[in-house]
Design a protein around this ligand. Structure first.
Ligand code: XIL
Length: 341
């Protein structure tokens, strides 16, 4: 019988996993119950899943994950109230059904912005109100920084129509609906990259100065066996901690390929790559534990290698980014993480 991941880190921080509702039954449910004490929905709490059309809320799939967590004494995170991806196109259409982003008339643009922020406010309040007693940790906005876009802000429909007001609106609505006890996060990937980190820092600092209720930064931490460095990951957390913010590793996985590598190892990942992965996972968790004062949890984006978004992204190839293999068996990376002292 192998040790439990969550128990191993019980004095440090919770260990989480992103799951789909079907994984709340069968062997995966057992693996999850043993190793994690925190859950997040991989897809079913995203905007398009919860409110596919205006005023129609779909709770069934999200509720399954909430019920499974409660039955097993696991905490939950919510991912995500706002995103540019996996969001219904209806949000961004005006009363006549035209894309708001195409509008050129200033008065109509202003009216569109107001309508979009009203829709956003209703979306956030309805969801937070439903889950506020079950979910304490919330991704309010996801991936709003893009260094290559003007102002370093992702040129999404949200930003193009409403500027940064959509961020302030979402956080304020979440706080008002959820009260002081829920924790509100701004979530992004590549937060180790100094340029992106500093853009995020400046945005968050300005919003905090304006009284926007942000509690912490979610660092997705989709990394690979070659980079980024553990030091760069921790340095980013330190920087946000200086603002009095919490940090969470929200979507951890470690691809066995560099981003631009277009090979496909198939089911037989080379031994040296698996060993490199184990070494790096161990270094990472050692740093996480050493910095637990500024890091309040670690969530994996999946649990075992048979089900991971990286098997299909950025290209279709067999990946192995997690601690358990395609047969739910502990990998060298698992033992490396367990073995840090
Ligand atoms: C991914 C899911 O894992 C996939 O199943 C889905 O097809 C696309 O989204 N950053 C995020 C997550 O914030 O929501 C993404 O999840 C992975 C990257």
């Amino acid at each position: 019988d192998i040790p439990s991941l969550a128990e191993t880190f019980a004095d440090d921080f919770p260990i989480g996993a992103a799951i789909e509702p079907f994984q709340t039954e069968g062997p995966k449910a057992e693996l999850l119950k043993k190793h994690v004490n925190w859950l997040v929905a991989e897809n079913v709490m995203k905007p398009d899943a919860i409110q596919p059309s205006e005023g129609t809320f779909k709770w069934t799939n999200a509720d399954r994950i909430v019920a499974f967590a409660k039955e097993n004494g696991m905490a939950l995170r919510f991912h995500t109230l706002v995103w540019h991806s996996q969001v219904g196109a209806w949000f961004f259409k005006d009363a006549e059904g035209r894309p708001m982003a195409d509008e050129t008339d200033p008065a109509k643009r202003e009216a569109n912005k107001k309508l979009l922020l009203e829709r956003l406010d209703a979306h956030v309040r309805t969801i937070v109100d439903r889950y506020k007693d079950d979910i304490a940790s919330w991704d309010v906005v996801n991936e709003v920084i893009e260094p290559a876009d003007p102002d370093g802000m992702r040129a999404s429909d949200w930003y193009n129509i409403a500027g940064t007001d959509f961020i302030a609106t979402a956080f304020r609505a979440a706080r008002e609906a959820g009260g002081p006890d829920i924790k509100l996060y701004i979530n992004d990937y590549g937060t180790d990259n100094p340029r992106k980190r500093d853009l995020l820092y400046e945005l968050v600092k300005r919003l905090l100065d304006e009284g926007v209720p942000i509690d912490g930064v979610g660092h997705q931490t989709h990394i690979d066996v070659h980079g980024p460095s553990v030091d760069a990951i921790i340095a980013s957390m330190r920087k946000f901690a200086e603002l009095g913010l919490d940090n969470i590793v929200t979507e951890l996985d470690m691809s066995v390929y560099a981003w631009n590598d277009r090979r496909d190892f198939g089911a037989d990942i080379p031994e040296d790559v698996i060993e490199l992965q184990a070494k790096r996972y161990g270094e990472l968790f050692r740093a996480f534990r050493d910095n637990k004062a500024i890091l309040s949890g670690v969530v994996f984006w999946g649990i075992a290698d048979d089900h991971t978004w990286l098997n299909g992204f950025p290209v279709k190839r067999t990946n192995a980014p997690l601690l358990f293999d395609r047969n739910d068996q502990a990998k060298p990376a698992f033992w490396s993480v367990i073995g840090i002292s």
